[in-house]
Write a protein that binds this ligand. Structure first.
Ligand SMILES: Cc1ncccc1N[C@@H](C)c1ccc2c(c1)OCCO2
Length: 115
């Protein structure tokens, strides 16, 4: 078509995309380090080093209690999970590698869903 307006997404559309993305993140085989909040009593130094802890269950709670304004605020929290992981874990470690794989998966999926 000559005139092709970019279809704006309503708040509901964006939240639907967040639910799909979160479900895929939680189902991913490398999600295990990120499913629940890091127990800072079990992980020495975590509370001191990581100022803004985040995990998929917390994101789910925020999503279901309508705390995300839009897709962008949701993506900021998902990226916080992966940035915290990179800050605390060696790249060459089980958790570090899982974080890199999960970030790569997420980046691919949300750009696909947005096209
Ligand atoms: C994402 C992350 N970053 C740094 C440390 C931990 C974690 N994940 C927790 C769930 C976790 C993952 C693996 C564990 C563990 C806790 O406690 C000890 C046994 O192995």
């Amino acid at each position: 078509p000559i005139y092709c307006a970019k279809k704006t997404k309503t708040h509901k559309d964006e939240l639907g995309i967040c639910r799909v993305l979160l479900a895929e993140l939680e189902a991913h085989q490398d999600a295990w380090p990120f499913l629940t909040p890091v127990n800072h009593r079990a992980v020495p130094g975590y509370r001191k080093v990581i100022k803004k802890p985040m995990d998929f269950s917390t994101i789910k709670e925020k999503l279901t209690s309508n705390q995300y304004l839009n897709l962008e605020t949701f993506i900021i929290d998902v990226n916080l999970v992966f940035d915290n992981c990179e800050r605390f874990n060696e790249d060459d470690s089980e958790i570090g590698r899982a974080g890199h794989r999960m970030r790569r998966f997420f980046d691919k999926r949300w750009t696909e869903l947005l096209q």
